[in-house]
Design a protein around this ligand. Structure first.
Ligand code: TRP
Ligand code: SF4
Length: 418
C-alpha cells in the first residue's frame, strides 16, 4: 500500500511515494518555549504522521549549539520543556521514538565521515548559510560548525535511512543536500566487484513471482524510463520479508542502474502551510513577541487576546471595520467556522459588534484547544522521571538503528579493520 501526500505534488523531486510504515525523521532545536505556531505548523503534523510511519523525533541540541555556542544554558533550559510540549501536544511515545541528538553519538561519526566527501561549495551554496548569517548579524557565524549545519542534518537523516523528512519549506534545501550527499556516497562506496552476481542471486531469493515482477519493472524503467515501474519496484522491495539489508540495498541499486544503495535518498514531506499568524498579524514567532505559548496560563491567554490589536481604522465602537485589515480575523480563519466568520464580517463592517465581542469566540476556541494540552503536560511536569524514561527508551531505539547503519557505512568505506 502506498501513500501520497498532496503536498508532495508541488515539486518534481518530492512527488515519489513514501511507503507506509517507512521510517520518518524530524528534529527541532531547543532554543525556547514552543507556541501555537509550532503546534499548528509542526506538532499537529507529527501527531498525524505517527499513525502512518515509523516516526523518530529528536531534540537537535547540537544544531542549537551552532548558533547558541555562547549561551548553551538556553539549550538545557528548553530541552525538557520542549519534550513535554511534544508529549502534551499528543506525540505518543508508544508509537514514535523521542530522543536527544547528542545521546546518539553515531550522528557525529557519520557527520565526520560524510564531511570527507562533501565539497565545501555544496555547503556554501545552501541558501540558509548566507541568509542566516545576514539575519543573525550580532553573532559570529563564520564558524566551521555553522557551515556544517546542513551536513550534520544530513547525517541525522541518513543514519536512520529515513525516507521521509517532515519539514517546513525553509528546510527543503537541507533535504536536497542530503539527497546529493547520499547519491555521492552510494556512488563512491556502493560499488562491489561482484555486484551483478550478488544482485541476481538476491532476485532468486525473492521467489519466482516477485522475481519476475522485479525483472519486469526493472526493464521497463531502464529501457523506457518508466517512473511508475520504478515505484512499483521500490514498493515490491519494501514488502519483501526474506531479504537481508545488504540484498535489499543491492536490489534498490540494481533497479535504478546504480551500485548498492547504502544510504537511501530521503524526501521532504512538506508540512501543510500553517495559517498561524501572531497577535500582531505577522507570522507567529518568538522574535516578534507575538506568541501564545502552548502551556500559557488561561488568564494570560485571555489577557493577550483581549488586548491584541484590531483594525486600526476602528477607533470607536461606532466605526465600521474591515476584517481583512485585522489580525483577529486571521485567528478566526484558524478557529472559527463559516457561521461565526459570517457573523464577524457582518458585525464588523456594520459596526454591529464590538471588537471584544468579536474576540470572544477566538478566546474560547484557543482556551479549549490548550486545555487538554495543559492537562496532558501536567502528568509529565509532576513526574519528570516519566519524561526521562521515555527519552531513555527513545535513545536506545535510535542507537540500535544508528549503530547498524554505521556498521555498514564503515564496511562500505573499508574501515572495519580486523
Ligand atoms: N534544521 C532543522 C530546523 O531548524 C532541525 C533539524 C536538525 C532537523 N536535524 C534535522 C529537521 C533532521 C529534520 C531532520 O528546523
Ligand atoms: Fe477585528 Fe473583529 Fe474588531 Fe472587526 S470587529 S476590527 S474583525 S476584532
Amino acid at each position: 500500500m502506498l501513500l501520497k501526500s498532496k503536498n508532495d505534488l508541488e515539486d518534481s523531486h518530492l512527488n515519489s511515494v513514501i511507503p507506509q510504515n517507512a521510517r520518518v525523521l524530524s528534529g527541532m532545536r531547543p532554543t525556547g518555549q514552543l507556541h501555537l505556531g509550532h503546534y499548528h505548523g509542526v506538532l499537529k503534523n507529527w501527531v498525524k504522521l505517527q499513525h502512518q510511519y515509523d516516526c523518530f523525533f529528536f531534540v537537535a541540541d547540537w544544531h542549537a549549539l551552532t548558533t547558541h555556542y555562547e549561551t548553551p544554558a538556553i539549550i538545557s533550559q528548553s530541552l525538557w520543556d520542549m519534550v513535554i510540549d511534544w508529549l502534551a501536544a499528543g506525540v505518543n511515545p508508544g508509537t514514535a521514538k523521542l530522543f536527544i541528538q547528542s545521546r546518539v553519538p553515531e550522528h557525529a561519526e557519520l557527520h565526520l565521515l560524510l564531511s570527507m566527501m562533501t565539497p565545501i561549495g555544496w555547503l556554501e551554496r545552501v541558501p540558509t548559510y548566507k541568509d542566516q548569517q545576514e539575519k543573525l548579524k550580532g553573532m559570529d557565524l563564520a564558524t566551521y560548525g555553522f557551515l556544517g549545519y546542513p551536513l550534520l542534518q544530513s547525517a541525522d537523516i541518513l543514519i536512520y535511512r529515513a525516507l521521509g523528512v517532515p519539514v517546513g519549506d525553509d528546510q527543503v534545501a537541507h533535504v536536497e543536500l542530503t539527497r546529493e550527499v547520499a547519491r555521492r556516497f552510494n556512488h563512491l562506496y556502493g560499488r562491489e566487484p561482484d555486484f551483478e552476481d550478488k544482485a541476481e542471486a538476491a532476485i532468486k531469493k525473492m521467489g519466482k513471482k516477485s522475481g519476475k515482477v522485479y525483472r519486469d519493472v526493472r526493464k521497463r524503467y531502464q529501457e523506457q524510463g518508466d517512473a511508475e515501474a520504478l515505484e512499483v519496484g521500490k514498493a515490491l522491495l519494501e514488502e519483501q520479508q526474506n531479504l537481508t539489508i545488504g540484498d535489499r540495498e543491492r536490489l534498490f541499486g540494481y533497479l535504478e542502474g546504480s551500485g548498492r544503495i547504502i544510504l537511501p535518498e530521503p524526501q521532504a514531506m512538506l508540512t501543510p502551510a500553517s495559517k498561524m499568524m501572531g497577535l500582531d498579524g505577522q507570522k507567529m514567532s518568538k522574535s516578534y513577541g507575538n506568541t501564545i505559548a502552548l502551556r500559557e496560563e488561561p488568564e494570560q491567554v485571555t489577557q493577550k487576546l483581549r488586548t491584541m490589536p484590531t483594525d486600526p481604522a476602528r477607533v470607536r465602537r461606532t466605526d465600521p471595520g474591515t476584517p481583512e485589515k485585522c489580525p483577529v480575523w486571521q485567528l478566526h480563519q484558524v478557529y472559527s467556522n463559516e457561521e461565526v466568520r459570517d457573523w464577524v464580517r457582518q458585525g464588523c463592517t456594520s459596526a454591529g459588534i464590538g471588537c471584544l465581542d468579536c474576540k470572544q469566540p477566538v478566546i474560547d476556541a484557543v482556551l479549549q484547544e490548550l486545555e487538554p494540552i495543559r492537562a496532558r503536560a501536567e502528568q509529565y511536569l509532576s513526574n519528570p522521571s516519566l519524561v526521562r524514561g521515555i527519552v531513555d527508551e527513545g535513545c536506545d531505539a535510535a542507537r540500535t538503528v544508528a549503530r547498524e547503519t554505521l556498521q555498514e557505512v564503515r564496511a562500505a568505506m573499508g574501515l572495519n579493520y580486523k
